[in-house]
Design a protein around this ligand. Structure first.
Ligand SMILES: Nc1ncnc2c1ncn2[C@@H]1O[C@H](COP(=O)(O)OP(=O)(O)OP(=O)(O)O)[C@@H](O)[C@H]1O
Ligand SMILES: [Mg+2]
Length: 358
């Protein structure tokens, strides 16, 4: 049976004025990773009362915390400090924030504790990091596009030559080989076209986002596995927004499809719409943006894909091309919007943010 560590009375009785007056959010956890103390700054940062935090296990105090718990155990058992950057915390009202967490070992009356300092990522730093990510993803897409373009022309030549050869063949049995060349060239052509991505010019006009979402839902319902449900929670007050409905439909479809595929036959997809005031997208401030949240109850995004999810040709599926999310992001970017993703086992959520008014 685990021995409960004594409460760090030195901190909770005599020292609170010290920690209580810090502007940095500080949380103290014991060896069982139970929260023993949380200062008022952490209450403010997390939007959660200290009464709710203290006494609960760190893992269950929030809907989700992406902190590396193995490193935290290492701090408690071996006294190693660490900093975990870009930790996502989702609190019970669904609100999420990104913080850098520094853990320091603390020995109080012979018991080990870890002092966690939570620093919210500076908004400016977050924006410049996002812009850097968009630039990197764009560079990867440009590379793939130029390669695809270079493949397209010789491929056309090959196919044409095979067709000519087919007509000249003396023995009809030999046509089997020219057929293979033509078939495989057509297959490659389809892949190259997807790699080149959306090529139609955008025609933007005000449209209702829910019309687009309903179209995707109806399309998906056509061959939805019986164990999968698609639930909606729309905010009907969202005004029409400037978009090319076909392109947004494609982006949403790619994300919903991934959700259904991740559910492997059973689970729930939820499509939620909301609007947000004063939002910064690509460094530009918008008065009003539309939020489309598409979530599934599947196993979550594999951790090794966390940094490259939106890159072209990143896939874990045997028959996947890894282009669905890359295309979705290109289309949403062309609308001045952004796609965010948070995921843990049992919940994956993609949020499309689309500007309504500057
Ligand atoms: N909702 C999700 N749940 C779990 N993993 C996901 C989810 N969405 C995407 N992924 C992961 O991200 C990878 C990339 O997705 P993406 O849509 O770009 O390509 P794909 O689905 O593999 O292939 P394609 O869409 O081209 O058929 C997927 O292979 C999968 O591993
Ligand atoms: Mg996909």
């Amino acid at each position: 049976m685990p021995v409960q560590a004594p409460r760090p009375d030195a901190l909770t009785t005599s020292a609170p004025p010290l920690l209580d007056s810090l502007s940095t959010a500080v949380v103290l956890v014991d060896r069982q990773l139970s929260v023993c103390y949380a200062n008022p700054a952490s209450e403010q940062l997390l939007g959660q009362s200290t009464r709710r935090l203290v006494g609960s296990a760190l893992g269950s105090a929030f809907v989700h915390i992406s902190l590396n718990l193995d490193l935290l155990y290492d701090t408690l058992n071996n006294g190693h400090s660490f900093t975990d950057n870009d930790v996502t915390i989702v609190v019970h009202d669904g609100h999420h924030l990104t913080v850098d967490v520094t853990a320091t070992p603390l020995d109080l009356h012979g018991s080990q504790f870890a002092l966690l300092e939570l620093k919210q990522i500076d908004q400016q730093k977050k924006i410049s990091k996002e812009m850097q990510q968009v630039a990197q993803q764009q560079a990867a897409r440009d590379l793939v596009r130029s390669l695809a373009h270079e493949i397209k022309n010789p491929l056309g030549g090959l196919r044409g030559a095979a067709q000519l050869l087919e007509k000249e063949l003396p023995d009809p049995q030999l046509r089997e080989f020219t057929r293979i060349i033509i078939e495989q060239a057509d297959r490659l052509r389809k892949l190259v076209d997807r790699l080149l991505g959306p090529q139609k010019p955008t025609h933007r006009a005000p449209h209702n986002i829910h019309m687009v979402l309903e179209k995707v839902r109806q399309l998906m319902m056509l061959d939805l596995p019986p164990g999968v449900t698609i639930n909606r929670d729309y905010d009907p007050s969202i005004p029409d927004l400037p978009m090319d409905p076909e392109q947004i439909e494609q982006a949403v479809l790619n994300i919903v499809k991934n959700g259904v595929e991740a559910l492997a036959g059973s689970g729930e997809i939820r499509i939620i719409t909301r609007s947000s005031n004063q939002f910064t997208l690509h460094g530009e401030r918008h008065r009003l943006v539309a939020e489309v949240r598409i979530s599934d109850s599947g196993p979550g995004i594999p951790p090794e894909l966390r940094d490259t999810l939106f890159y072209p040709m990143v896939t874990t599926k045997a028959n996947g091309t890894g282009l669905g999310l890359s295309i979705a992001q290109t289309l949403v970017n062309q609308h001045g919007g952004r796609i965010d993703c948070i995921s843990w086992p049992g919940h994956t959520e993609f949020t499309l943010l689309l500007p309504i008014r500057k």
